[in-house]
Design a protein around this ligand. Structure first.
Ligand SMILES: Nc1ncnc2c1ncn2[C@@H]1O[C@H](COP(=O)(O)OP(=O)(O)O)[C@@H](O)[C@H]1O
Ligand SMILES: [Mg+2]
Length: 221
């Protein structure tokens, strides 16, 4: 289980007053469960995901996973995957190598990583694009590639930061069910950040609202 305990984070612009980005955030997510976090722009959602990923330090509070305090564990040792709102795929690599990337980074042999990536592309219906550059794909296809790339390393926790925000409304609705079924096949704890209420309801077993750095329950499992 992923547990966030009393997370506090401030930020001080070079000029101006200290801002409270997170004000005592508490939450827990079970394996196989998705927590949807809904909230307006600037409320601290991305800050929270970066902290859970280990990319940003906290002022106070602790992050726990499987009963262990991982607050000081570096990102590469957490086995968490983060999917940003812009796709953050590598333009210089083809689709297959984008998906294989995390495995190669973990020192798997390239041949084996590519074979697993090919299998993953099959699951996502993307085999035909293996040799394409990511920028040749549509927005929806790129988002599928990004999820495939996140899932291939079998992360313990999946963090998605407004994954559909660059897509049109019809495609967002279509991808919900698809992403849900891919996610359901693993036993990850998932944090799904969005400012779209319908999407939060569709994706979240549990829902919470972030408002000015305060996270409050909306609905429970
Ligand atoms: N290092 C930084 N540089 C600039 N702005 C920052 C920095 N850290 C935090 N902020 C501010 O923190 C606030 C919360 O941001 P964020 O977590 O991205 O909110 P959300 O994802 O909900 O839109 C924003 O208003 C942003 O300006
Ligand atoms: Mg954000």
């Amino acid at each position: 289980m992923l547990e966030l305990r009393s997370l506090c984070k401030t930020w001080q612009p070079r000029q101006g007053e200290i801002r409270q980005l997170l004000q005592g955030v508490n939450a827990s997510v079970q394996p196989g469960q998705t927590l949807a976090i809904l909230g307006p722009s600037g409320s601290g959602k991305s800050t929270l995901l970066k902290i859970v990923a280990g990319l940003e330090p906290l002022d106070s509070g602790t992050v726990w996973f499987d009963g262990k305090d991982i607050t000081d564990v570096p990102p590469e040792r957490r086995h968490f995957a983060l999917m940003f709102q812009d796709f953050a795929l590598f333009p210089h690599l083809n689709v297959q190598d984008n998906v294989a990337f995390g495995l190669v980074e973990q020192r798997m042999a390239k041949v084996q990583a590519r074979a697993l990536a090919q299998e993953m592309l099959g699951r996502f219906g993307l085999q035909a694009f293996a040799a394409s550059r990511v920028w040749q794909l549509s927005g929806g296809e790129q988002q599928r590639v990004a999820l495939a790339r996140a899932l291939i390393t079998r992360p313990l926790v999946l963090l998605l930061d407004e994954p559909f925000s660059a897509l049109d409304a019809a495609l967002r609705v279509q991808l919900r069910a698809e992403f849900r079924s891919h996610i359901a096949q693993s036993q990850m704890a998932v944090l799904w950040v969005t400012h779209d209420e319908a999407e939060a309801r569709a994706m979240g077993d549990v829902g919470m609202r972030m408002e000015a750095g305060v996270l409050q329950p909306l609905w429970s499992a």
